[in-house]
Design a protein. Structure first.
Length: 316
């Protein structure tokens, strides 16, 4: 059984050497043949040069380098396309995903599981972030067509048939957390202790990026927001009809009163804002359709140490 490691990298020059040493040590202990597929996602800090150096001293290292930063989703897709193993582990290069868990993943894979998922606990996370994450997963699981588990990320082992299933999904707007759930197959989940970021390394997941990522997940696996616009429109129509009846009855019983300026402005502003929100939701879906119809590639390769024939074959 051959094992592949897919490691997306973006500006990881400070840790890539330590990560590779720790990873290689754990892989050697498994006693199985392996390859490590590093995917440089357009780094600007010398990560590519570090990967070239690793490849020159370690025959198990394969690397892909993008022409620019295409994002982690594209990096994971490229790694899966080029991985040749019977099982593939996806993990980050910043040592947030402990390499020592690979041995446990392999044991569970040998028991027949197609997905072995490592879920970090939230020990040490700010309470506000934990609360926000739990609220998000509660909401998305109410709406999405697949169930997504709180705390589950990309750190997992996939069997070859699970990888092949993922590669059949060719949409441009990829949300891997949902795609992993969508393909199904036998899965096993276990938890590990949260690894804190070093004090000198700031998380790239700012509030804005987390919000955008959350919206991607919410819109990628359902069309319920569009249907909600119909329900909200019907509700507002009913409210307007009820209000009109109330005004007519009040005029009959008490005579016509001076119209309320505040009520009018509040109604116009509120309805205008609601319309903008609904148009934004519709626009998001139209934008996704727009990108899908372009059929652009998910990434462009600038440099690799892989055989060109193999690269052409796997890109189709």
């Amino acid at each position: 059984m051959r094992l592949s490691l897919v490691v997306p990298c973006y500006n990881e020059v400070e840790v890539i050497s330590r990560f590779h040493q720790a990873l290689s040590r754990e892989l050697e202990e498994t006693g199985r043949p392996y390859e490590i597929v590093y995917v440089d996602d357009g780094s600007s800090d010398g990560t590519l040069e570090a990967l070239v150096e690793l490849a020159s001293t370690d025959e198990s290292v394969r690397y892909l380098s993008f022409s620019r930063n295409f994002g982690k989703e594209a990096a994971m897709l490229a790694g899966l396309r080029y991985a040749t193993g019977d099982a593939v582990v996806i993990m980050d290069a910043d040592l947030q995903h402990p390499p020592e868990l690979i041995g446990r993943m392999l044991k569970e894979y040998e028991r027949g599981f197609d997905q072995v998922i490592a879920r970090r606990n939230r020990t040490g996370d700010p309470a506000s972030r934990t609360l926000f994450a739990r609220a998000y997963y509660w909401l998305i699981n109410k709406w999405a067509d697949v169930e997504m588990m709180d705390g589950v990320g990309d750190f997992r082992l996939l069997s070859r048939r699970a990888v092949d299933g993922l590669l059949e999904l060719n949409e441009y707007n990829r949300f891997s957390k949902g795609l992993f759930a969508w393909i199904g197959f036998e899965s096993l989940l276990f938890e590990y202790d949260n690894v804190k970021q070093p004090a000198d390394r700031k998380s790239r997941w700012t509030f804005r990026r987390l919000l955008e990522y959350g919206l991607d997940g919410l819109l990628s696996f359902n069309n319920k927001p569009l249907r909600m616009a119909i329900y909200v429109g019907l509700l507002l129509t009913a409210v307007a009809a009820g209000y009109a009846i109330w005004v007519i009855v009040a005029a009959i019983l008490h005579g016509v009163e001076m119209p309320g300026y505040v009520t009018l402005i509040a109604a116009i502003t509120g309805l205008g804002g609601l319309q903008m929100v609904m148009l934004g939701v519709i626009g998001e879906y139209i934008g996704r359709i727009y990108y899908e119809t372009k059929k652009r590639p998910h990434y462009l390769l600038k440099q690799t140490n892989m055989d060109p024939a193999d690269r052409v074959e796997r890109s189709h």
